[in-house]
Write a protein that binds this ligand. Structure first.
Ligand SMILES: [Zn+2]
Length: 408
C-alpha cells in the first residue's frame, strides 16, 4: 500500500474520508478527529463513493469510440459480429496500438470513477508480452486490474492456445501477483477451444491458485457447440474439464440450463452481466441469473461507465419483471469479486480499513479519484497523462487500426 495520506471531503452531504497507507482509516460527518495536518481534497458539488468495479472488459477495444465505425450491416448471427469486427480488430493489434488503446480505456474508466478493471485480452499477432503493455498502461495511470490472456484455437490451433496460456502464466510469475495487478488464466470461449486447451487452462490456474476468466454461453451457439461435443452446456463443459477454479469469472452466462446455473455458486465463481454489450449484440437477456447472488456487472469493452451499465440493466431487467435494485446489487457484488481477484482484505465494517479506491463524483464526472491511496484524478484532471493529448493519439491510432482491419 502506498504511504500517501489525504482527507477527501467534505462532499455535498458533509461526508469526509481519511485515507492513510492506502486504506480508509476514518469516515464520517464533520471534521476529522484529531485534525491531522494532511492535504485536504475539497469535494464541493460532489458525492464520495467507492470506485466502481468493471468485472469484465476488453481494454484492447479502447480505440473503438475514437474512430472505428460500426458495421454497415449488423450480421444476424453473433459469430458474424465476432468475425466481421472483433476478430479483425484483435488480429490488427500491435504493441503500439494496444498501448494507446489500453491507456485511453483506462483513462476513460478513471474519469468515470471506475477504479478496478477485470480485463480479458486477445491480440493473436502479438501474444507474448501483450499483458505487459496493458499492465504498463494500468500502472502509469494508476488503476487496479486483474489481467488475463484469452487463449483460443481459432486462428492458429493448439500452438496459439498454448501461447495464450503461456502469456497468462508468464505475466502471473513476473508481475501479476500484487494488490494492484493480478492475473486470471483466460480462455476466449469454449466454442473456440478444444477440451485439451480448456483442461490445460484449469490445471495451470489451479497450480498457482488463480481463477479462470472466460466467456460462457454468451450466444446460444456456444451452448449448442458444447452439447454437440457431448456436454449439457457451455458451463457444464468447463466444469467437467476442471476449468472453473474458485473466483473464476464467467462472462455473460446467458444460455444456461438450470443445473448449470447452480454450479456458479457451488464452484465459488461469479457470473458477469454485460448489459449494453448484450443489448447491442442481441444475444439475449440473462434470465438464468435472476435468483443468483454471484453476479457482477461488466462493460465488455464499452467505456467503463458503470452507471450507464446499471441504467441499461434496469431498463432491460424491467422488461423481464426484475426490480431496479437487482442491477445495483450486481454493481455492489463487483466489489466482492474485485477484492477476491486482487487478494484484498475485505473487512466487515462499511468503509473502515477498506482499500482507498474512492471517487468524488460531480454530475459531470470525476472530481477526484484515489486508487490504493494514490491520487490519480485531481480537480477533474487525470494525473498520469494529459487526457487531451491521449485522446488525440487515440484518434490517430484508431485511423491506423481501421486501415489495418480493412486489409484483413
Ligand atoms: Zn467479453
Amino acid at each position: 500500500m502506498s504511504g500517501n495520506a489525504w482527507i477527501l471531503g467534505p462532499d455535498r452531504l458533509g461526508h469526509s474520508v481519511l485515507v492513510q497507507d492506502g486504506v480508509v482509516t476514518w469516515q464520517g460527518q464533520g471534521a476529522v478527529p484529531g485534525s491531522p495536518k494532511l492535504e485536504q481534497l475539497a469535494c464541493p458539488n460532489s458525492a464520495i463513493r467507492y470506485g466502481h468495479v468493471n468485472a469484465h472488459t476488453h481494454l484492447y477495444s479502447g480505440l473503438v469510440p475514437y474512430g472505428i465505425p460500426p458495421l454497415a450491416q449488423q450480421p444476424d448471427e453473433f459469430v458474424g459480429i465476432l468475425q466481421q469486427l472483433w476478430w479483425k480488430l484483435d488480429r490488427a493489434l500491435d504493441a503500439e496500438l494496444l498501448s494507446i488503446a489500453a491507456e485511453v480505456a483506462v483513462a476513460d474508466a478513471l474519469m468515470c470513477g471506475t477504479t478496478l478493471l477485470v480485463d480479458h485480452h486477445e491480440s493473436p499477432n502479438f501474444i507474448a508480452g501483450s499483458l505487459d503493455v496493458i499492465a504498463d498502461a494500468c500502472q502509469k495511470l494508476g488503476v487496479r486490474a486483474c489481467l488475463s490472456y484469452g487463449a483460443t484455437e481459432r486462428n492458429g490451433g493448439r500452438d496459439e492456445a498454448e501461447a495464450g496460456l503461456a502469456e497468462s502464466q508468464r505475466f502471473y510469475k513476473e508481475r501479476g501477483h500484487t494488490l494492484l495487478l493480478s492475473t486470471a488464466f483466460g480462455l476466449h470461449a469454449g466454442f473456440t477451444a478444444s477440451n485439451l486447451t480448456i483442461s490445460r487452462a484449469g490445471r495451470l490456474a489451479r497450480q498457482v491458485g488463480r481463477p479462470v476468466h472466460v466467456h460462457v454461453a454468451e450466444a446460444l451457439s456456444d451452448a449448442q457447440d458444447a452439447r454437440e461435443r457431448g456436454f449439457a452446456g457451455a458451463l457444464d463443459r468447463l466444469c467437467r474439464l476442471g476449468a472453473v477454479p474458485q473466483r473464476s469469472v464467467l462472462a455473460h452466462a446467458i444460455h444456461l440450463r438450470p443445473e448449470e446455473r447452480a454450479r456458479i455458486a457451488a464452484h465459488g465463481a461469479c457470473a458477469v452481466q454485460n448489459p449494453r454489450s448484450n443489448l447491442g449484440n442481441r444475444v439475449g437477456y440473462p434470465l438464468a441469473l435472476q435468483r443468483l447472488s454471484h453476479v457482477a456487472l461488466g462493460s465488455d469493452g464499452y467505456v467503463a461507465n458503470m452507471e450507464e451499465e446499471v441504467r441499461c440493466a434496469q431498463q432491460q431487467g424491467a422488461l423481464h419483471g426484475e426490480p431496479p435494485q437487482l442491477a445495483l446489487e450486481r454493481l455492489e457484488r463487483g466489489h466482492q469479486l474485485g477484492y477476491d481477484l486482487m487478494n484484498l482484505p475485505d473487512s466487515p465494517p462499511l468503509w473502515l480499513r477498506k482499500p482507498a479506491d474512492l471517487a468524488a463524483m460531480t454530475d459531470n464526472g470525476a472530481l477526484h479519484v484515489l486508487v490504493d491511496g494514490r491520487l490519480v484524478v485531481r480537480d477533474g484532471k487525470l494525473l498520469g497523462a494529459d487526457l487531451d493529448t491521449l485522446r488525440q493519439r487515440a484518434s490517430q491510432a484508431a485511423a491506423r487500426l481501421h486501415l489495418k482491419m480493412a486489409q484483413l
